[in-house]
Ligand binder design. Structure first.
Ligand SMILES: Cc1ncc(COP(=O)(O)O)c(C=O)c1O
Length: 382
């Protein structure tokens, strides 16, 4: 089956966060994490059928949606979950915030491994928790968790650790041993292990993603796994995500913290989720081929044409973490915006992010080529 990843839909005028930031300019937006691809045909067709029905009342997940989700967890991730372990959210950012609110009181602490997706740093603060950043270590060209530094970060007030696997922005897929090591440290210190796996279906291989739901013992009992179809199938605007929480007590605490804040979520989100998980695998495989091609092009182009921007091996996501420290630019984002490309500023990703830029390569190749040409021209003119 062939799918179209070459047409670049014009997203201007659709209220797109990514494109509206630069409305009225000639800046190509490669910042926020959604893709400039159409969603899979199976998703668009299911949504069209639902729209044709014409009634959009308060909606719960249908049994079929839950079945498709549990089957995806089982078949793709080798994880067994039960229907009532699923807690639905309009996004993983609200889920992170509810979890911080549920498990921490003012002055308690939440650990994140940095650089990391910025809401991992803001969610604790919004609930008056102290965010504790533990920088990831760079060993040669590979980022890894530093267990000694991590262990030292736990205090009697540590309530949770928010883990990102695959990790946005460094693109690592942590191994089973690495996941187990972090989760066991959490268990030993009585902290919750909260694993955000929104990028789990965007791995390039050969490393295989290890879903936290596959853990056993004490570490598994105090774990929450966060997932969503939205990054993979390009549906974040449909606001549908879920937490998988095996422990009934933890589940109850999360549901109570969400009461009155998270109500029924988007009817269209459930439709897209079900269709994507049930019928979207061939499209996902084709997407991965396209993204692998873009990633390899990005590797080659930066190495050949812009060696002052360092790119380390990426195992997952369509988000490249460019090391621009060698350029010694005061305002790297402003510099490339002047050159016609909108990137995400690494310093927003916490300690260790200063001097880096995040580039979203989830777009048709000609758009990526144009953006990289513009970046090279800006650097050549410097
Ligand atoms: C690690 C991670 N978690 C959560 C999100 C956003 O989740 P949502 O759109 O479901 O709130 C992103 C978006 O890029 C992400 O990278």
């Amino acid at each position: 089956m062939s799918f179209d990843f070459t047409t670049a839909p014009d997203r201007r005028g659709t209220g797109s966060l990514k494109w509206d930031k630069y409305a009225g300019t000639d800046i190509l937006p490669l910042w926020v994490a959604d893709m400039d691809f159409l969603s899979p045909p199976c998703v668009r067709e299911a949504l069209a059928r639902r729209v044709a029905h014409g009634v959009f009342g308060y909606t719960q997940p249908r049994a079929e949606t839950i079945e498709a989700t549990l089957a995806w967890l089982r078949d793709r991730h080798g994880a067994t979950a039960e229907a009532d372990w699923l807690v639905w959210f309009p996004g993983l950012v609200p889920a992170l915030n509810v979890i911080c609110r549920a498990f921490g009181a003012s002055g308690d602490e939440a650990i994140a491994l940095t650089p990391v997706y910025p809401p991992f740093l803001t969610a604790p603060a919004f609930s008056n928790l102290k965010g504790v950043s533990v920088p990831l270590a760079l060993e040669g060209d590979r980022w890894r968790v530093d267990p000694v530094r991590l262990e030292a970060a736990f205090t009697p007030r540590t309530r949770l650790l928010i883990f990102c696997n695959p990790h946005n922005p460094i693109g690592r897929v942590f191994s089973e041993a690495e996941v187990a090591e972090v989760a066991e440290l959490c268990a030993r210190h009585g902290a919750l292990f909260c694993s955000d796996e929104i990028h789990a279906d965007l791995t390039f291989g050969p490393s295989r993603h290890f879903c936290a739901l596959r853990m056993s013992g004490a570490a598994a009992a105090r774990a929450i796994t966060l997932m969503a179809p939205s990054k993979t199938f390009n549906t974040p605007g449909l606001a549908c995500a879920f937490a998988v929480i095996p422990d009934p007590g933890i589940r109850r605490t999360v549901r109570e913290a969400a009461r009155g804040i998270i109500t029924e979520i988007n009817a269209m989100g459930y439709v897209a989720c079900e269709a994507a998980f049930r019928d979207g695998e061939p499209w996902r495989q084709a997407l991965l081929d396209t993204l692998r091609g873009n990633r390899d092009f990005l590797y080659e182009f930066t190495a050949r044409e812009m060696p002052e921007l360092r790119l380390r091996p990426m195992e997952a996501t369509y988000l490249a973490w460019l090391d621009a420290r060698g350029l010694d630019l005061e305002d790297p984002v402003g510099f490339f915006e002047k050159g016609g490309v909108g990137l995400f500023d690494g310093k927003l990703f916490g300690p260790g992010g200063e001097g880096f830029l995040r580039l979203n390569f989830g777009c048709p190749r000609p758009r990526l080529e144009e953006a990289l040409r513009r970046m090279k021209t800006a650097l050549d003119r410097r």
